[in-house]
Design a protein around this ligand. Structure first.
Ligand SMILES: *[C@@H]1O[C@H](CO)[C@@H](O)[C@H](O)[C@H]1NC(C)=O
Ligand SMILES: *[C@@H]1O[C@H](CO)[C@@H](O)[C@H](O)[C@H]1NC(C)=O
Ligand SMILES: *[C@@H]1O[C@H](CO)[C@@H](O)[C@H](O)[C@H]1NC(C)=O
Ligand SMILES: *[C@@H]1O[C@H](CO)[C@@H](O)[C@H](O)[C@H]1NC(C)=O
Ligand SMILES: *[C@@H]1O[C@H](CO)[C@@H](O)[C@H](O)[C@H]1NC(C)=O
Ligand SMILES: *[C@@H]1O[C@H](CO)[C@@H](O)[C@H](O)[C@H]1NC(C)=O
Ligand SMILES: *[C@@H]1O[C@H](CO)[C@@H](O)[C@H](O)[C@H]1NC(C)=O
Ligand SMILES: *[C@@H]1O[C@H](CO)[C@@H](O)[C@H](O)[C@H]1NC(C)=O
Ligand SMILES: *[C@@H]1O[C@H](CO)[C@@H](O)[C@H](O)[C@H]1NC(C)=O
Ligand SMILES: *[C@@H]1O[C@H](CO)[C@@H](O)[C@H](O)[C@H]1NC(C)=O
Ligand SMILES: *[C@@H]1O[C@H](CO)[C@@H](O)[C@H](O)[C@H]1NC(C)=O
Ligand SMILES: *[C@@H]1O[C@H](CO)[C@@H](O)[C@H](O)[C@H]1NC(C)=O
Length: 580
């Protein structure tokens, strides 16, 4: 009798062991793994195989399967559902495709289902709602679609983390999610969810990270959501939401770090209580219709790093509204300040030079802003991008701009700036883009620009009064690739032979100057040139045969010059030429 019992026990043990092992081998059999599962063979116990963790029971059972980033390619075998003691399944960052097997519903101990960054498709199995121990479910970055099953909200009572970001889920957000009272992290961004945000979600007591960005949600933000006192991140950017920010927001979210409401239809003023949220680091209100003056109390936001208010109707004029800049100067961590495309007007406040030296990006593009760029703009030594464009700002470009040695992109176009281009620009050794077209700049192009060894766009077009010759130093910048546009100025003299150095340049635009002489043959070295505009000048001599060596040329404009002789026949042999 006892012999029989132990025989049955042994058989049972063997059967159970075999079924975990068989399940793992069935899992392996459906995958190509590039050697990462080489240790998975019957010569050792499956508990010692790579990525497997077993418990200490006899027989030992698999409790964790962690093969994140293991180069797995193929489908996920339904046999995984036989690992009934599994608590953690981490297969993130592989190339798994096909359905998420419904057999996972047998895993009643499963706490962590981590399948993010794969290519799973199909719908989310309703049966997953049977995994009643689930606390983390991360399915970000797959190709899942269909509706989010409302059963998840009804059954997965312990869920704390749910990320379905970057899939193709459709339909509304299920109201039942409100049942998930432990939920702290909800990321449904980048899907195609529609309809309004269920007010019931206000019942989340511990919500810290809430992201519904990049969906098609409409309606207002339910007032109940403003009851989440643990909230750190609130992101509903790029939807079709409307309504306004409640006046008392400053006392609602005492731990808020990031508030993203950009690209929606929000209106109203920016309430001054916002400056009571001392933890706030990022505020993005871009592309809405916020209006009124900015509260002048930003200076209290000591942690503020990112403030994007672009594309709204926020006002300022000479009397009022600009005070916030003086206040922002107290935000010593500020890195990005985007004010472009609002209803700002009046004199640009001089206090802009007192903004943080941590500031990396500053954008300002409103037609009604006038005044001048303060002489001390060089104080903003952290700047990597400065855009003052489409304004009525006049005056000269301050010499001190040469102190902004971290500058990579400088946009000063469509303003009323006049005077000489300061030669100190030559100190901006990191500069990649210099765009100062459509202004009233005059005098010579400083030869110091030849020091800008990383410059790939130089656009000084349509200043009309830039004169002198084209500095050969500029033509010696092999970094110039995207474009060199000096059109519609008063440049004279010949094209220097150094043009041969522009071997990476795609566009050379010199139209509308007083350039003369012959086109140097060395232009044939500009082998990647696609657009060449030399029209409306006084070039003479014959059209050089050498142009035909520029094989990728698609637009060539030589009109309104003093060329003589014949058009070289070979020009028609440039296969790419579309316009002549
Ligand atoms: C998984 O379990 C089912 C039911 O117990 C069984 O029929 C099947 O053979 C098992 N699959 C593997 C690969 O072990
Ligand atoms: C089985 O795995 C062990 C490591 O666990 C390895 O040393 C051995 O070469 C493998 N055997 C086969 C046949 O792949
Ligand atoms: C899953 O793997 C990722 C790494 O790819 C890791 O960051 C994460 O902590 C793991 N999660 C669990 C629950 O094991
Ligand atoms: C999924 O659930 C349905 C209905 O509850 C059930 O009929 C089906 O057998 C389940 N599938 C698996 C693989 O468990
Ligand atoms: C769960 O959510 C559904 C739908 O909102 C609701 O009808 C149900 O009462 C909730 N259940 C619990 C336990 O809260
Ligand atoms: C969003 O909704 C609008 C209007 O209902 C519709 O025209 C549009 O196609 C939707 N976009 C997506 C991505 O679902
Ligand atoms: C916020 O919570 C308080 C108390 O917890 C409750 O009385 C109030 O109704 C809630 N507000 C909303 C809008 O749900
Ligand atoms: C900011 O907080 C202070 C102190 O908690 C409070 O007195 C003040 O009214 C708040 N300001 C705004 C604009 O809500
Ligand atoms: C300026 O910032 C400091 C430190 O963050 C803070 O103590 C002070 O209250 C702020 N001043 C104003 C006027 O906001
Ligand atoms: C400002 O808005 C206009 C019109 O919507 C747009 O063309 C332009 O690109 C915007 N400027 C900036 C700097 O975003
Ligand atoms: C900038 O700050 C300095 C020091 O606080 C101050 O003296 C100066 O007046 C400020 N400049 C402007 C234009 O506000
Ligand atoms: C070039 O422009 C400067 C500044 O406008 C002017 O003073 C100078 O006379 C011009 N030179 C020529 C040769 O036109």
């Amino acid at each position: 009798m006892s012999f029989l019992c132990s025989l049955v026990a042994v058989l049972l043990i063997v059967h159970v062991r075999a079924s975990d092992e068989a399940a793992l081998l069935a899992f392996k059999a459906q995958l190509s793994h590039g050697g990462s599962l080489a240790s998975w063979n019957s010569s050792t116990s499956f508990c010692s195989w790579g990525g497997i963790t077993c418990n200490h029971r006899r027989p030992a059972r698999v409790v964790a399967l962690r093969l994140n980033g293991a180069g797995l390619i193929g489908a996920l075998s339904p046999a995984i559902g036989n690992l009934t003691f599994l608590q953690t399944l981490n297969l993130s960052f592989n190339s798994l495709h096909g359905d998420i097997p419904a057999s996972l519903s047998h895993l009643h101990h499963l706490q962590n289902l981590i399948l993010n960054d794969n290519s799973f498709s199909g719908t989310l199995p309703v049966n997953l709602s049977s995994c009643i121990s689930m606390t983390k479910m991360k399915l970000r970055n797959n190709k899942l679609g269909g509706r989010i099953p409302s059963e998840l909200g009804e059954k997965l009572t312990f869920l704390a983390v749910l990320s379905l970001r970057k899939n193709s889920f459709t339909g509304p957000i299920p109201t039942s999610l409100a049942n998930l009272s432990y939920l702290q992290f909800l990321d449904l961004s980048s899907n195609q969810l529609v309809s309004s945000i269920p007010p019931e979600l206000g019942s989340f007591q511990s919500m810290q990270y809430f992201n519904l960005a990049l969906n098609n949600l409409s309606g207002m933000i339910p007032p109940s959501l403003y009851n989440w006192s643990s909230l750190e991140v609130f992101d509903v950017g790029v939807n079709m939401l409307h309504g306004s920010i409640p006046d008392d927001i400053g006392s609602r979210f005492p731990k808020l770090e990031s508030l993203y409401l950009g690209t929606n239809d929000f209106t109203g003023i920016i309430p001054s209580s916002i400056s009571n949220i001392s933890s706030l680091r990022s505020l993005d209100l871009v592309h809405n219709t916020f209006s009124g003056y900015m509260p002048p109390t930003w200076g209290r936001l000591g942690a503020l790093q990112y403030l994007n208010l672009a594309h709204n109707k926020i006002e300022a004029n000479d009397n009022k509204g600009w005070e916030f800049i003086t206040s922002l100067a107290n935000c010593s961590q500020l890195q990005v300040l985007a004010l472009s495309n609002n209803s700002f007007g009046g004199q640009l406040p001089g206090s802009i030079v007192n903004l943080s030296t941590a500031l990396q990006q500053l954008y300002l593009t409103d037609h009604r802003v006038c005044g001048s760029i303060p002489a001390d703009v060089g104080n903003l030594v952290g700047l990597q991008l400065l855009m003052i464009a489409n304004t009525s700002i006049s005056g000269v470009i301050p010499e001190s701009i040469g102190k902004l040695e971290n500058l990579i992109e400088l946009f000063l176009y469509n303003n009323s700036l006049y005077g000489l281009i300061p030669s100190s620009l030559g100190n901006l050794s990191q500069l990649g883009i210099l765009a100062a077209h459509n202004g009233n700049l005059e005098g010579p192009i400083p030869t110091s620009l030849g020091e800008l060894k990383k410059l790939f766009i130089l656009d000084l077009a349509m200043n009309y009064r830039l004169n002198g010759t084209i500095p050969r130093e500029i033509l010696e910048l092999p970094s110039l690739s995207w474009g060199l546009d000096l059109s519609y100025n008063s440049l004279s003299g010949r094209i220097p032979d150094e043009v041969r150095s522009l071997t990476n340049l795609n566009q050379l635009i010199l139209s509308g100057n007083q350039l003369s002489g012959k086109i140097p043959d060395s232009i044939q070295n500009c082998i990647v040139l696609e657009r060449l505009f030399l029209d409306n000048n006084s070039f003479e001599g014959s059209i050089p045969q050498s142009l035909t060596n520029i094989k990728g040329l698609s637009v060539l404009n030589l009109a309104m010059n003093k060329f003589s002789g014949n058009i070289p026949k070979a020009i028609h042999s440039i296969g790419s030429l579309q316009e002549l």
